[in-house]
Design a protein around this ligand. Structure first.
Ligand code: NAP
Length: 319
């Protein structure tokens, strides 16, 4: 049975990826850091089918040991300080976990299991101020946050390990992808949770920063399929994964309020404190290379995604 090793298994993508790999007959080992209130809610359905090991991207030894022991075929580096807003408040931590953490993981693989194929989770935030057009693998990076900068470092280092050490390392450049498992601080989930709480009579207002910024939003479960497809190519290459359409925060919120039968204008308030020090007005990806070479297509539309998230939160809120 082939084995996959996943950092960030407790996160949104880690949980979808682990489920898909188990369904495909893989054995899954997940690295999770110790905390007083370790939260494994996203893994509830598969907890007894995966092996969890204690470890941290800040501690290379904690990755070398399990990589030596389990000799995985595939390694997915999904672990990160992944919230852009926090990266301004904690730029050094973000660099340590998201940038140097990737370096520690790549070194650990090189030392413990150099034949393993490695996926590095890159982000559309690496493009940053990329202009009004669509972004592809050929678009230059201009990151606009400490998070984006850390991801650029990790992405280039992944390419460097491929070129310097001949390792099979791929960099996925994934545009925003969401689900009912998204952490509550991300704007999409913040909206769907607030809509559900308002519908349930537990909250009245939703405070948002800029609502005109546009993002290319897809479904997380579609995007984790692309990660595996990248590791199954003959040659390691990097890919943009996106839907090719961008929507504003306002579009997302309107749709979510509509689904709940609520009027958005009665509940949304603008909060300047939520503005970012440097914003990215528009991100929209061109995933032609993934369509052609990986035969990858997203399955869920924007409307289906907002519906799925809103309905799940309405149900959770008992609304
Ligand atoms: P997420 O839900 O925030 O999950 C992040 C994971 O990283 C969690 O499992 C977290 O563990 C773990 N982690 C944090 N610090 C760590 C450390 N020091 N050592 C080990 N693990 C640590 O993120 P996601 O949405 O699943 O995204 C997965 C990856 O794709 C991330 O690298 C993210 O930056 C990248 N990405 C995401 C998107 C997106 O739209 N979702 C787009 C592009 C790229 P805890 O449970 O202990 O906090």
């Amino acid at each position: 049975m082939p084995t996959a090793f996943i950092t960030g298994i407790t996160g949104q993508d880690g949980s979808f990826l682990a489920e898909q790999l188990l369904d495909a007959g893989w054995s899954v080992v997940g690295l999770a850091r110790r905390s007083a209130s370790r939260s494994l809610w996203r893994l509830a359905g598969i907890r007894d089918r995966i092996t969890m090991v204690d470890g941290d991207l800040l501690d290379m030894g904690s990755m070398i040991d399990p990589l030596r022991e389990y000799q995985p075929d595939h390694v997915y580096n999904l672990g990160a300080q992944s919230f852009v807003a926090t990266s301004w408040r904690q730029p050094l931590l973000t660099g340590d976990v998201t940038a140097l953490g990737a370096a520690r993981l790549l070194e650990a693989v090189r030392i413990a299991c150099p034949e393993a194929r490695v996926y590095q989770a890159g982000s559309s935030e690496m493009f940053g101020l990329a202009g009004d057009g669509v972004q592809s693998e050929a678009t230059p990076f201009h990151p606009r946050s400490p998070y984006g900068v850390a991801k650029v470092y990790a992405h280039h280092l992944a390419i460097n390990y491929r070129e310097s050490h001949g390792m099979f390392v791929v960099g996925g450049i994934l545009f925003n992808h969401e689900s009912e498992r998204r952490s509550p601080e991300f704007v999409t989930r913040k909206i769907t949770m607030a809509v559900a709480a308002i519908k349930a009579g537990k909250q009245d207002k939703l405070r948002l920063g800029r609502v005109d910024v546009r993002r290319d939003w897809g479904f997380a479960g579609d995007y984790t399929r692309a990660m595996t497809a990248m590791l199954e190519q003959d040659q390691p290459k990097d890919f943009v994964i996106a839907t090719g359409k961008s929507w504003s925060v306002d579009d997302f919120a309107k749709r979510a309020f509509d689904i709940a039968g609520l009027k958005m204008e009665n509940h949304v308030e603008h909060d300047p404190a939520l503005m970012r020090p440097a914003e990215i007005p528009n991100l929209c990806g061109d995933a032609t290379k993934a369509h052609t070479e990986l035969n990858w297509q997203p399955q869920l539309s924007f409307d289906e995604l907002v519906t799925r998230m809103t309905v799940a939160d309405l149900k959770r809120a008992g609304a």
